[in-house]
Design a protein around this ligand. Structure first.
Ligand code: C5P
Length: 257
């Protein structure tokens, strides 16, 4: 299997989460972020509101798209969804790694099969354990052992099925980099700019902000993340372009250092 493409410069490592209500709002953000960051993340909210038009608009602006719909269904249905995402031309997409080996294999194979000659196939990532679940929540589902052990188990299943990488909270980057090796793609949300919160084990970034496991771009890159996802620190401020540029500069310094 050919290696998945590795991320290049700082700008290409940052995906801004467009968690907004309308295509017009997303378009206004994209206009401000164009040329500043390489990628946009389109998740359940915007995709439910605007559909494939949101992806098409992002591509027209020149962004790479991370389609964050976390598919989890029977293998045939997930394969169909992945095929459609690949046809849309997204750069990355994700599925729940807990969907089981057959579903993961179906997702990986569908992404490859749907890619046209000359087109780059989408990276297919597995979401391991949602950050909203702790050991007690897993135990209630019948999963024994630590969250970390389960994260690693699901990432290993993802790799065995042919996926390219994992979505991982800042707390899990080192675990996955150590366990899965240098070629495994790691995409990390929960990023907060230096000076906003700054500790990997810090509390919520700001009042009303629900991220509980955060890291600075430098800490996440240093721990081994390939791509970073940032939402509200960019989309919720007066000057999204400037906020994104500052994050890219931070990533650049981390890559140089
Ligand atoms: O606004 P914020 O920077 O917290 O946005 C983070 C983005 O990453 C959101 O779109 C959220 O859905 C996503 N995400 C997350 N935590 C995970 C997985 C995904 O925050 N564990």
């Amino acid at each position: 299997m050919p290696d998945a493409p590795r991320p290049a410069g700082a700008r290409d490592r940052l995906f801004v989460a467009l968690d907004v209500e309308t295509l017009d709002q997303a378009d206004a953000l994209m206009t401000e972020l164009k040329g500043v960051v390489g990628g946009c993340k389109i998740g359940s909210q915007l995709f439910t509101a605007a559909g494939p038009a949101a992806v098409e608009r992002a591509l027209a602006h020149g962004f790479r798209v991370f389609l964050d719909l976390k598919y989890h269904d029977i293998p045939n249905t997930v394969a169909g969804a992945v095929r459609e995402a690949a046809r849309l031309g997204v750069f990355m997409l994700n599925v729940h790694a807990s969907g089981g080996p057959a579903m993961l294999r179906a997702a990986a194979e569908a992404g490859r099969a749907a890619t046209r000659p000359g087109q780059t196939r989408p990276l297919c990532l597995g979401v391991t354990v949602l950050t909203s679940l702790d050991r007690h929540a897993l135990a209630a589902q019948g999963v024994v052992g630590t969250v970390e052990a389960h994260v690693l188990r699901l990432a290993e299943q993802s790799r065995a099925a042919g996926l390219d990488g994992s979505v991982a909270s800042p707390r899990e980057i080192r675990l996955l980099r150590g366990g899965l090796g240098p070629r495994w793609i790691i995409v990390t949300p929960g990023i907060r700019p230096d000076g906003a919160t700054a500790r990997a084990d810090a509390g919520p970034a700001t009042a009303g902000d629900d991220q509980v496991r955060v890291a600075t771009p430098a800490a996440a890159i240093g721990a081994g993340a390939d791509y970073l996802v940032v939402g509200r620190p960019v989309t919720g401020v007066a000057d999204p372009g400037a906020a994104a540029a500052a994050l890219v500069a931070e990533i650049e310094r981390a890559l140089d250092g």
